[in-house]
Design a protein around this ligand. Sequence first.
Ligand SMILES: [Zn+2]
Ligand SMILES: [Zn+2]
Length: 133
Amino acid sequence: MGVSYYACKCCGESRYEEYVGSCTTCGKTLGTCCVVNDDIGSDYAYEYGVIYDGSEAQKNEYGIEEDWEEKGWVTIGEVIDDTSIQPKYCPFCTGEEIAQEDILAYLLKQIGKTHTEVEREYRDYINKRKASE
Ligand SMILES: [Zn+2]
Ligand SMILES: [Zn+2]
């Protein structure tokens, strides 16, 4: 059994898997080293996971059956997804940090082009540049 390490998207450092989770909104891998609004103060990522609230939306999202609460498999107020980090703790979702890929996605949306279209244009640009050398 090996120990896995994951790189925190925010600071770039690799951390032991228990200290790392992924944001449920933006999907970025985050270490507890870089969480924001930290009202928990733990090194363990699972403590920042999504809390079960008993809502239909969560039941659908996580495929929770009606009798799971009865069976004690899920408890309201307890972490339901221990591999995730809630977006309120995510430096990217709260705007504390800005990732290049997010800027790119934003720009693409602003100019109304897809990544593929821009890639094609960029290749043309490179080829033209090469041809004029
Ligand atoms: Zn970090
Ligand atoms: Zn996020």
